[in-house]
Design a binder for this molecule. Sequence first.
Ligand SMILES: Cc1cc2nc3c(=O)[nH]c(=O)nc-3n(C[C@H](O)[C@H](O)[C@H](O)COP(=O)(O)O)c2cc1C
Ligand code: SF4
Ligand code: SF4
Length: 275
Amino acid sequence: MRRANGGGNAYTESMKVSAFYFSGTGNTKFIVQKICGTLSRSCRTEMLDITLAGADPVRAMEEADLILLAFPIYGGAPPIPMRQFLYRYAEQLRGKKVAIAETQLFFSGDGAASLGRTVEKFGGKVIAAEHFNMPNNLSDCKAFPVKNGRELRKTLLIAQKRAERFADALLKGKGHRRGFSPVSHAVGYYCQRKYWRRGEQDKRGRLRIDPSLCVGCRLCVKNCPVSNLTASDGRAVPHGECVLCYRCVNLCPKRAITLIGSDPPRVQYRGPFQS
Ligand SMILES: Cc1cc2nc3c(=O)[nH]c(=O)nc-3n(C[C@H](O)[C@H](O)[C@H](O)COP(=O)(O)O)c2cc1C
Ligand code: SF4
Ligand code: SF4
């Protein structure tokens, strides 16, 4: 038997961690898998992609002794689906212990805490929060090169070890609350989130699909987590509801899709599950 975080419970095989995640290009899913892999040696775990139909979040939250929330950071802010998820299930968070895992390219200031403060507003108790540096998926932004292959594996190995340490610390009741200091809050807000959130709606409408490149294969349509894309006259068409996840930009076999950058990607990010 092991001691659990923040208040003397013990994690036994009968106890449960429910992990809710949003992941555009797989980085966050990778981290959740590693955290749950370690936790599952001491208790039951369930992973739920918040954008997939068929999951039952209310049941999974009610059953959970610990809720894990995981997401990629976008301009210092949690992605729209994760923010909406939190508001939709605010009632279920009351009185619950919550751990937060935020993935990022290199910097967010208070990324985990930016969601954690809302959790606490709804009556949840954030017992641990961590940031995980991951490979870049902003493949149409020239300033940030995409790494696949060996460099990718190196970054993933470091992230995996950090995820395992995070899970071990959770089990030992030693969780650290990254990003909750007033300095981190100020840095996250004034260096990023303030400006990002102002332009967020504008960016959602910026997704462009080059009609001369698109062959209508529908890969982007089938994979968009928020059904923002449809096919019409043999071409993909966006509908202004993009949540900026970059999945389609990196998947399109014709590299026809551009989002924040000015040109389609020269190299696409293939994600952590590439063989
Ligand atoms: C629209 C967008 C904005 C991003 N903004 C930041 C950022 O502000 N800071 C950062 O370090 N990484 C940023 N990133 C990188 C991602 O957070 C990072 O690659 C993340 O691990 C992607 O996770 P996913 O594969 O689960 O979607 C951004 C990525 C996207 C797509
Ligand atoms: S994945 Fe690319 S080629 Fe296929 S439908 Fe979408 S935009 Fe067109
Ligand atoms: S349109 Fe593309 S970038 Fe936007 S949410 Fe859908 S898959 Fe993600």
